[in-house]
Design a protein around this ligand. Structure first.
Ligand code: C5P
Length: 218
């Protein structure tokens, strides 16, 4: 790896997406949302009627969908079999199912390979759950974003309609447990990562702190 690679990991609602896009914009870097890739493959599995309680069924079809991920921080694009799914992958149905699909090793192997291909020679900010631990352990900077469960649920609720902070907190806790306890590449802080608690920070402060950390390493 020659260029700059910034790995941004953390649980849902920790502020990864907004901060990652902001950092990419500020430095003119590319941006990759790996969560969108897991969501896109989940959207495809749901559409094909794959039984998501059957890991073998998911595994046997993991290589089928054609995924294309954009890297423009201004408008992150994602296509499955030529269909733009940037909107549909944010549905509650996909959100509720994605951790089941993401736990399947064959799915992870395929997406990690695709992610490494896109990262290529670098100059990119990559957000996810296993970027610093698995996808790009040699990243220039590894950040692990956290925030209190209440702050994370409050942020997510503000982005959605028809849900309460309590319902969000319960749904996020369920997803975080699945993501942190799965056998393959669970969410965890990478060796050498800098932990950044965003509970009391606004977006500009988070971006400024990440930019400072990058400068320190450049
Ligand atoms: O970041 P986002 O909430 O869109 O991620 C959706 C889901 O995709 C996560 O809950 C997790 O199950 C999975 N994921 C993953 N590894 C990544 C990124 C996301 O397992 N690198």
């Amino acid at each position: 790896m020659t260029g700059l690679v910034v790995a941004m990991d953390g649980p849902s609602g920790s502020g990864k997406s907004s901060a990652s896009r902001g950092v990419a914009r500020a430095l003119g870097l590319r941006y990759l949302d790996t969560g969108a890739m897991y969501r896109a493959i989940t959207w495809w599995m749901l559409r094909k009627g794959v039984d998501l309680s059957d890991q073998a069924a998911i595994a046997s079809r993991a290589d089928e969908p054609v995924l294309v991920s954009g890297t423009d921080p201004e408008s992150p694009a994602i296509q499955v079999d030529g269909v733009d799914v940037a909107g549909p992958i944010r549905s509650q149905e996909v959100t509720a199912a994605v951790s089941l699909v993401a736990a399947v090793p064959e799915v992870r192997a395929r997406l990690v390979a695709l992610q490494r291909e896109i990262i290529g020679s670098g100059d990119i900010v990559v957000e996810g759950r296993d970027i610093g631990t698995v996808v790009a352990p040699d990243a220039t900077l590894k950040v692990y974003l956290t925030a209190s469960a209440e702050a994370r649920a409050t942020r997510r609720t503000a982005e959605l309609t028809g849900t309460s902070v309590e319902a969000q907190q319960a749904a996020m806790a369920r997803r975080d447990t699945l993501d942190s306890t799965r056998k393959t590449d669970p969410l965890s802080m990478a060796v050498g990562a800098v932990e950044l608690d965003t509970t009391a920070l606004n977006l500009d402060e988070v971006i400024a702190e990440v930019l400072r950390l990058i400068k320190e390493r450049a």
